[in-house]
Design a protein around this ligand. Structure first.
Ligand code: C2O
Ligand code: CU
Ligand code: CU
Length: 492
């Protein structure tokens, strides 16, 4: 064993309290991921955070080729055989402005079908837009084109494959990247960081580990918790500096409960929701698929960005053994603030408030029931034939489950009859949370992933504006989506 470095000691210190709660296993797991790789030789460890490559639109347009292919990368300090977009995990960050056109030629160099989804973007789902019914076969390409409306909400979005049945596996293997829609007015910061959280499991040969039917039903959580593909990278800043953090939860099933003691975090927005004034937060829960846009104001000292344990329930009908395997506290990054104080950042001006659908006339009310249960079908008869359904049905591409009048505002009540949380995601049209498990929301909270608690419910309102066509809603525990917890919506 190598001697304990200052960084490891800090991690041990930072995890001390949390590990008491989580038990020793979580502590072991967090530290194990920072150890030297066992196979292959790697260049000397560089613990600094690396950002994914960035591509920025110019003159209203960003055009790129995105190749999905197997590749050799370093994940959490280990050599890994993963899936990459343009050779990296995460793939390139795409920076856009409202009103821009994004043109992507997706090239499939995998050995199975794939496609592309721009998660959270308010763009057309038709034709070669954000159309999840397209399948791009191995060796083929497809030209996507997305036009953002001029009033598109600024914020953090992301892209990932959406070919039904293989979504969880392809994301777990490394296919995801961030999209930033820039603010119309600048927020003065010393630097901006893209922080993509993902998890995966590598086998002894360094390939992405296979998962069991049980793990798929629970929603797979990887042993390696990664930030931009790294294990607990080091972020450095000077006292008084303000940073903008763009965080994506790209995990297949893991909820990321963030905490950073010793530093100030202010929330600018979650998903496409924006608060007019940034609100100070001490903890932030990101369900799979959620994104956060944060300001971090640096204070001298060292802190650990933690992912705290979150209880998302258990499997139905299994009594005590149904508990999901508990992941302990994970360390996402070390934040070191020292040196000469940085120049004081300029003031953050208030931003425009978003439309409030609480006062909008509601054209229709619906209930969507998210359920897990026994019965035929499901896992091909295996594992007791668990079925993952919305309103009693498993996904079928050929069927349209929900027809909505274009331009109308609807109120949906999302009901979870299972003992496990299901983060509900709707494409294209953002949802305003009205009520969350009995708590009436008293501000405008616009999201595209709304967590519906185990045996709980949430009420949302949606304005079906700007675009028509067929698209999808589903559980963003992507194993559940692949297993059938998805429906087709048509706006016309
Ligand atoms: Cu992030 Cu339909 O997915
Ligand atoms: Cu999506
Ligand atoms: Cu689910």
């Amino acid at each position: 064993m190598r001697p304990i470095s200052r960084r490891d000691a800090l991690l041990l210190g930072g995890l001390g309290t949390a590990a008491t709660v989580a038990g020793g296993a979580g502590l072991w797991w967090s530290l194990a991921s920072t150890q030297q790789p066992t196979g292959g030789t790697l260049p000397a460890e560089d613990s600094g955070l690396h950002g994914p490559p960035e591509l920025r639109s110019a003159d209203g347009r960003l055009a790129l080729t995105l190749e999905a292919a197997p590749g050799q990368v370093v994940l959490g300090g280990r050599r890994a055989g993963a899936f990459c977009y343009n050779g990296t995990v995460p793939g390139p960050t795409l920076r856009l402005r409202p009103g821009d056109e994004l043109a992507i030629r997706l090239v499939n160099s995998l050995d199975g079908p794939t496609n592309l989804h721009v998660h959270g973007l308010h763009v057309s789902p038709q034709a070669n837009g954000d159309n999840v019914f397209v399948a791009v076969r191995p060796g083929e390409g497809f030209d996507y084109s997305y036009r953002l409306p001029p009033d598109h909400p600024p914020g953090v979005y992301w892209y990932h494959p959406h070919h039904h049945g293989t979504v969880a596996g392809q994301i777990f293997a490394g296919l995801f990247g961030a999209i930033i829609v820039e603010d119309p007015d600048d927020i003065p910061v010393s630097r901006e960081r893209i922080l993509v959280v993902s998890d995966t499991t590598l086998d002894s040969a360094g390939n992405i580990a296979a998962v069991s039917p049980m793990e798929r039903m629970a929603g797979r959580e990887g042993e390696l918790l990664l930030l931009n593909g790294q294990s607990t990278p080091l972020l450095t800043a000077r006292p008084g500096e303000r940073e903008r953090w763009r965080i994506v939860n790209a995990c297949v099933a893991r909820f990321v409960r963030l905490r950073l003691d010793g530093q100030q975090l202010q929330l600018l927005g979650l998903d496409s929701g924006r608060s007019p004034d940034p609100e100070t937060v001490s903890e932030l829960l990101l369900a799979p698929g959620n994104r956060a846009d944060l300001l971090m104001t640096a204070a001298a000292g060292e802190s650990v960005l933690l992912a705290l344990p979150y209880n998302r329930g258990g499997m139905p009908g299994m009594m005590g053994q149904g508990r999901l395997p508990a992941r302990g506290t994970g360390a996402l990054a070390v934040v070191r603030v020292d040196g000469e104080p940085g120049a004081p950042p300029g003031a953050v001006t208030a931003r425009r408030a978003q439309e409030d659908l609480r006062s909008a006339p509601v054209a229709a009310r619906r209930q969507l029931v998210l359920a897990m249960g026994g019965g035929p079908g499901g896992m091909g008869g295996g594992m007791g034939g668990m079925r993952f359904t919305i309103n009693g049905r498993e996904y079928s591409e050929a069927r349209t489950d929900t027809v909505v009048a274009a331009g109308s505002v609807e109120e949906w009540t999302l009901i979870n009859t299972s003992p496990m949380d299901h983060p509900f995601h709707l494409h294209v049209w953002p949802m305003q949370v009205i009520e969350d498990n009995g708590r009436v929301v008293d501000s405008v909270d616009l999201r595209d992933v709304v967590n519906v608690r185990a045996n709980g419910r949430a009420t949302v309102r949606i304005a079906f504006r700007d675009f028509s066509g067929r698209s999808a809603y589903h559980c963003h525990i992507l194993d559940h989506e692949d297993l059938g917890m998805m429906g087709v919506i048509e706006v016309r």
